[in-house]
Structure formats: C-alpha cells, structure tokens
Design a protein around this ligand. Structure first.
Ligand code: KIV
Length: 277
C-alpha cells in the first residue's frame, strides 16, 4: 500500500473518491485495516469504552493512548494515522496542548492529531499548527463534551463552526459526528479540505466508523449511524464455548495437536524416571 498523505486525501476529495476511516487500537487490527486498504486510522479515545470498559471517553489519558498509537503505527505504517487528543490534554492551556500534540508526532509517528470542538478551541488549534502539527477538527456530537451536550445526541448547527475551523484555524480535515445529511452536504461542498462523516450522511467526502461497532464487538449500545459488517463478538463467544466443550469432553487436544517423540527417546525417559516408591 502506498503511503497515504494529506495531499493524497485532498486529491481523493477532488476526484470524488470516497475516503475510508476506521479506528484501531492495537497492532493486529492495524495490520488488518492496512491490508484492507483503509485510508485513515484514528487511535480514538473511544478505546476507553470499547477496550477499557469505561462509561465514557473522559477517563482516557495521554499515557494510555501513546502505547496503543505506537502499536497501531507498527501494524499500519502506510495509513494516514491520527492521534486523538484525550480529555484535558488540550483544554487547560495552549502550551500543554502543543506538548501533547507533539508527543503523538514524535513518539508515535502520527500524521496529524484530532481534537474536539469549534470556536472555543480556535486558539489552541492555531498554537498546535504553529508547532507544525497538522490538526483534524471534530464537530457535531463531541463525546468529550457529553456533560454539556446532555448525552449522546444528534447535533445540528455546525456549518458556522466548520467555516471558522477551516478559514480561521487552518485544519487539514474535519470529522463531523451525528449531524443531519444536509449539514454534511453543505459543509463538504464548500470546503476544500476533506470532510469525513460519522453519522453525517452520504454527501460528505468519506465515512468513518468505530471498528468495534462495525465488527459487532461492542455490545453496550449501537448508535443509529452504525452499519454492522460482522458479528465478531458472537463468533468469539461461540468459539470459546466450543473450546470449553472440547476440553470438558476430551475432544481437545487431539493427536494432531501433540508433539511426537521417537520410541528410543521414550524408552530412555521411562528408564530415567523410575516409579516413585
Ligand atoms: O474516539 C473516537 O473513536 C472518535 C470517533 C468519533 C471516531 O473520535
């Protein structure tokens, strides 16, 4: 797979070739996604819910995300890799935001970082960009603001915030989450940069999903915008039950799972290990 760059993504937009974006949190999944030709991988703070069992993304920290992002880069050296700035890694002050954004670039080999919010993070985005770190915006349903938004609800009025992020701040891409298709269409048509949707309808420049949602590996809840492409969770449970049944009934291990020993060696071993009296 050829290295996916920001330039290549803009070319895809211009050529009206839809861009694909998934999350990944570990080395094997990153390998599968690169093999499948996915353009963008985000090591999202959704890891808190999909992998660590938290109720929200808020407990996720830089120190938790860094090793996962490193593993994903090892598994997928050619995708456009985005590091996800977790809650309170950029809200306190611009200096901290720049330092944390820089960690994703220097320690993980990311191509960009993503942070949530509109007007309120403009100055922070500018500071990160001045430090030469490309920034992806995230508008609409922004899970880190769940307390302010009053739950995981669809959002609506983000065209103005998008214009600000693009024109005032200079982000290289925007992720639009849970907004009506009309909003996605208006923003994607007017923007020169890729506008990717996760629940933003079909008229945006590409589609993003959380990999655990689309593979059927996250069972707590399924947002309206998710299409399930597999039921891996169910398959895992079936496989585990089969293993338990096999072990219980003596069906595993079978001769083909056992190492062979030459007869002569076996005799020697029997001779050496005399019956204990
Ligand atoms: O953390 C995450 O996985 C996200 C999704 C909305 C893609 O930000």
């Amino acid at each position: 797979m050829k290295k996916v760059t920001a330039h290549a993504l803009i070319e895809k937009k211009k050529a009206r070739q839809p861009i694909t974006w998934l999350t990944a949190y570990d080395y094997p999944m990153a390998q599968f996604e690169e093999k499948a030709g996915i353009d963008i991988i985000l090591v999202g703070d959704s890891i808190g819910m999909t992998t660590y069992g938290f109720d929200s993304t808020l407990p996720v920290t830089m120190d938790l995300l860094i090793p996962h992002t490193q593993a994903v880069r090892k598994g997928a050296p050619n995708v456009f890799l985005i590091g996800d700035m977790p809650y309170m890694s950029y809200q306190v002050c611009a200096q901290e935001a720049v330092r944390n954004a820089g960690r994703f670039m220097a320690e993980c080999g990311c191509d960009a970082i993503k942070l949530e919010g509109g007007r309120e993070v403009l100055d922070t985005i500018k500071a990160i960009l001045r430090a030469t770190v490309p920034v992806v915006g995230h508008l609409g349903l922004t899970p880190q603001s769940i307390a302010m938004l009053g739950g995981f609800k669809a959002q609506g009025r983000d065209a103005d915030a998008a214009v600000r992020l693009i024109e005032d701040a200079g982000v290289c891409m925007i992720l639009l989450e849970a907004v009506p298709p009309e909003v996605g269409k208006i923003i994607a048509e007017r923007a020169q940069i890729p506008i990717i949707g996760i629940g933003a309808g079909p008229h945006v420049d590409g589609q993003c999903l959380i990999v655990h949602d689309m593979l059927g590996m996250f069972e707590a809840f399924t947002p309206k915008f998710v299409k399930k492409y597999a039921s891996i969770g169910e398959q895992i449970v079936t496989a585990l039950k089969n293993f338990t049944q096999d072990v219980t009934r003596g069906g595993f291990p079978a001769p083909e799972h056992c190492y062979k020993m030459p007869e002569s060696e076996l005799r020697k071993l029997e001779e050496l290990v005399k019956p204990i009296k």
